[in-house]
Design a protein around this ligand. Structure first.
Ligand SMILES: NC(=O)c1ccc[n+]([C@@H]2O[C@H](COP(=O)([O-])OP(=O)(O)OC[C@H]3O[C@@H](n4cnc5c(N)ncnc54)[C@H](O)[C@@H]3O)[C@@H](O)[C@H]2O)c1
Ligand SMILES: O=C(O)[C@@H](O)[C@@H](O)[C@H](O)[C@H](O)CO
Length: 275
C-alpha cells in the first residue's frame, strides 16, 4: 500500500538513499532538508526514476518551519504515515583534539587545540540539539497525523556511539545515546495508538558529517579512520545501500510487532571487543 513518507536530512548521503529506496516501494516521499536545493535535487532524481517526491525546506530545530513543511506535504499528499528522523550529525565544536587527556596537553598552545576543558558549551548544545531535539520536534509535528491510522511508524537514526561512547566526541555520543533511549521511551508511549518507533544504529559510513574525522584532505584515511576499519570485523566502511533492507523492514507491516528496537548495521563493530 502506498504511504506518505517524510524523511528529514534527506538531502544528505544516507537518507537520500533511503528516500530513493522507499520511493521504489511506491510510497510518496517528502524529502526534507535544511538545504532546499539538496532536497529538491533528491526529489528530482526520484521523479526521474518514476517515483513521487517533493523537496521541502525544513529546519528540524524549529517547530514553525516543520509545521510549514507539514502543511505543504498534507496539501500535496495527505496525512503522513511514516517519519524517518535522519537529520543529525557531529560537529568539530563538540570534539576534543585527542582521544586521551595527557598532562602536557594543558600546556599545548597550538591554535585550535582543544582538550575536554576547552569544549565550548555552545558547541555541545549544537550537537545535542541537532540530534536529540532534531528528532523530538519532527516527531511531535508529524506523528500527530498517524494517530488513528494503521501501519504508521517512526524510524530514528542512532549510532555506534550510543552503545559505547567514541573517543573525542562526547556531545555526539551523548546525543545519540539520548536518541536510542528516546526510541524506547516513545515506543512505549505510542504503543496504545498503534505507532511503532524503532531506530537504525549505523556503523561507520563516510559522509559529510564525519569526513574530517575519517579522512585527510588528500582522501587517505586518518589514524582514526584506519582504527575503525581495524575494529570492524568485516573490514570496511558501510555504504548507504547497507541500510536499505532494515529500513524497508522497519517501515513495513512485516515488522508489525517490532517496536522499541535499535538495530546495529555495522559489519560487526559493536559485537567485537577488539581481541
Ligand atoms: N555517516 C555515518 O557513519 C553515520 C553513522 C551513524 C549515524 N549517522 C547518522 O545518520 C544520519 C544521516 O547522516 P549522514 O551521515 O547522511 O550525514 P549528511 O551530513 O550527509 O546528512 C545530514 C543531512 O542533514 C541535514 N541537516 C543538518 N541540519 C539540519 C537541520 N537543522 N534541519 C534539517 N536538516 C538538517 C544536512 O543538510 C544534511 O543534508 C545522521 O543522523 C547521522 O548522525 C551517520
Ligand atoms: O569517527 C567518528 O566519530 C565518526 O565517524 C562518527 O560520526 C561515526 O560516523 C558514527 O556516528 C558512528 O556510528
Amino acid at each position: 500500500m502506498s504511504k506518505v513518507v517524510v524523511l528529514t536530512g534527506a538531502g544528505g548521503v544516507l537518507c537520500s538513499t533511503l528516500a530513493k529506496a522507499l520511493a521504489e516501494q511506491g510510497h510518496k516521499i517528502a524529502v526534507l532538508d535544511l538545504k532546499l536545493e539538496a532536497a529538491e535535487q533528491v526529489a528530482k532524481e526520484i521523479e526521474s526514476a518514476g517515483g513521487t517526491a517533493m523537496g521541502v525546506m525544513a529546519n528540524v530545530l524549529e517547530k514553525a518551519s516543520l509545521e510549514d513543511a507539514k502543511s505543504k506535504i498534507n496539501a500535496a499528499y495527505g496525512t503522513v504515515d511514516i517519519l524517518v528522523n535522519g537529520a543529525g550529525g557531529n560537529h568539530p565544536l563538540g570534539t576534543t583534539s585527542n582521544p586521551f587527556l595527557e598532562e602536557e596537553d594543558l600546556k599545548n598552545t597550538t591554535e585550535g587545540f582543544k582538550t575536554f576543558f576547552d569544549l565550548d558549551s555552545k558547541g555541545i548544545e549544537f550537537v545535542f540539539n541537532l540530534n536529540f531535539i532534531g528528532t523530538l520536534l519532527p516527531t511531535q509535528v508529524f506523528a500527530k497525523d498517524m494517530i488513528g491510522k494503521k501501519g504508521c511508524s517512526v524510524l530514528n537514526i542512532s549510532s555506534m556511539n550510543a552503545f559505547t561512547p567514541l573517543t573525542k566526541i562526547p556531545a555526539y555520543s551523548g546525543a545519540k545515546a539520548a536518541v536510542s533511549n528516546f526510541t524506547q521511551w516513545l515506543s512505549v508511549h505510542f504503543s496504545k495508538v498503534g505507532i511503532r518507533v524503532n531506530a537504525l544504529a549505523p556503523g561507520f559510513f563516510l559522509t559529510d558529517q564525519n569526513r574530517t574525522l575519517l579522512t585527510n584532505t588528500d582522501g587517505s584515511l586518518t589514524q582514526r579512520g584506519q582504527q575503525i576499519i581495524d575494529q570492524t570485523p568485516m573490514g570496511r566502511y558501510g555504504v548507504p545501500e547497507d541500510l536499505i533492507s532494515t529500513t524497508l523492514y522497519l517501515c513495513d507491516e512485516a515488522s508489525s510487532f517490532v517496536t522499541g528496537v535499535v538495530i546495529p548495521i555495522d559489519g560487526g563493530f559493536s559485537a567485537y571487543s577488539g581481541v
